[in-house]
Design a protein around this ligand. Sequence first.
Ligand code: NAP
Length: 251
Amino acid sequence: MDSSHAVLVTGSSRGIGRQIAIDLVKRGYIVYGTYNSSKENAQELTQTGIHMEKADVSKREDLARVREKIEGEGITVSGLVNNAGIMKLMNFENYDETAFMEMLKINLMGTIYSTLEFLPHLKRTRGSIVNIASNAGIGTAAEGTTFYAITKSSVIILTKRLAFELGKYGIRVNAVAPGWIETDMTVTGKSQEEVERIKASFRSKTSLGITGKPSDISPLVVFLLSEDSRYMTGQTIVIDGGRIDNLTHGV
Ligand code: NAP
């Protein structure tokens, strides 16, 4: 990789994004990460060589500021990982507009804003975009994920459309759709007993009988950013232990 090129990972202060940023730095990439509320985690990651910038991805101006900072350091982003996301569980009948709009702003608009901001960089470098979607966006029977799934299916169609539109610039766009991964998103606020019950439930929904860790997702993201995947674009790759509660009915 060119020494003036970098990968930007949004939402890298915790969970899956953190693992991706750490793995990229270990492989010699220049890595910029963003955090929103987890300042201490961000400071700790700085020690590993990751450049951490504050940005709320639901605000385009925050991402513009990060872009200007990176440009000021003479760096061009050739890899963009749109990872920042939140999940608010609610069934359709418990529709909460504030919660849904918050998810849309972060999960979908955050992906759109960062891609818009870094598009000139990605054009110059014939870069690679990896969007972190979810198997929920393909359709699973997990309780309460209806509105979260809508935000993630939007990310999947955005991935396909961008691959189609940006291919002429040599930009590749792929998505990764994880199943249940043990992170703050899935365990925070729950007792150990509750977590064990949830994990057992998700284990029973997979062919392999296991749940996932951030390190199950990161290697694929690294591959999709690299030249090893130069012939791949527009794809959504599911990593979920072989879920058996899909709602796709053979589609
Ligand atoms: P997590 O542990 O809760 O971490 C979420 C990350 O997103 C944090 O670094 C957080 O930053 C950042 N973030 C949240 N809101 C933000 C905002 N407004 N602006 C900027 N950053 C923001 O979640 P995770 O499990 O690692 O999830 C990462 C991605 O994977 C998400 O897109 C999620 O939907 C997706 N995913 C997760 C699972 C799973 O089972 N865990 C499954 C499928 C897909 P701060 O802490 O600094 O605010």
